[in-house]
Design a protein around this ligand. Structure first.
Ligand SMILES: CC(C)(COP(=O)(O)OP(=O)(O)OC[C@H]1O[C@@H](n2cnc3c(N)ncnc32)[C@H](O)[C@@H]1OP(=O)(O)O)[C@@H](O)C(=O)NCCC(=O)NCCS
Length: 176
């Protein structure tokens, strides 16, 4: 397990899946704001849930986020599109509603940065988020990510186009 100050990132357990599915993806608005694909219902137990992990998939590494204290599941975190030639990857995360606003998101970004830069030897990490998601923007900026641009009207979210902000962090600028 990878440890931050408040959270740990461990492997996905089978019984995490229905919780993540219900708390994150059954919420149409949260899903639509967090994922570029359109929301659709997922049959309970389906292997098509995005939270089912394929350990053979080399480009994505998925984690379950747990509280360090009691080990309670609090969310999902992923390093995705790992590119070993350009040595870059993207960060994604989602916390259960009851776990938001407690500093966990900031800690998850710190732990994923450590995983990307130290464990995987990457050179660049990137985050895309909606321009009206201050908690994600702040979680990234608290870890040294800088805003590199705005992708105008790039996300279709619940009936309207919304801007996304692109943030990046280079290994040489990272302060663990
Ligand atoms: C986005 C998310 C991961 C952030 O994690 P979090 O644990 O809630 O954020 P933190 O508690 O670490 O807060 C980070 C900063 O944002 C601020 N913040 C938190 N919630 C906020 C809100 N609703 N409005 C404004 N600022 C907010 C905090 O005050 C903190 O700022 P500070 O460091 O200056 O004090 C989490 O809220 C979440 O899972 N949201 C739903 C899914 C989502 O949006 N995922 C990201 C998709 S790209």
């Amino acid at each position: 397990m990878l440890r931050g100050d408040k959270v740990g990132l461990r492997a996905r357990h089978e019984d995490d899946i229905p919780i993540l599915q219900a708390e994150l993806n059954d919420d149409v608005v949260n899903y639509s704001r967090s994922d570029t694909r359109p929301w659709r219902p997922v049959t309970p137990g389906s292997k098509d849930s995005q939270f089912v992990v394929d350990d053979k998939e080399q480009r994505h590494v998925s984690f379950s986020v747990v509280e360090l204290g009691g080990g309670t599941l609090v969310g999902d975190a992923v390093l995705w599109n790992i590119d070993n030639h350009n040595r870059s990857a993207h960060i994604g995360l989602g916390l259960l509603p009851s776990a938001r606003g407690k500093g966990y998101g900031t800690d998850v970004v710190a732990v994923l940065s450590h995983y990307g830069f130290v464990v995987r030897g990457l050179h660049r990490l990137q985050i895309e988020t909606l321009a009206d998601n201050p908690a994600m923007l702040r979680s990234a900026e608290r870890n040294g990510f800088v805003r590199e641009g705005v992708l105008r009207s790039s996300a279709w979210v619940m009936g309207e186009f919304v801007d996304e902000v692109l943030l990046g962090l280079l290994a040489r600028d990272w302060k663990p």
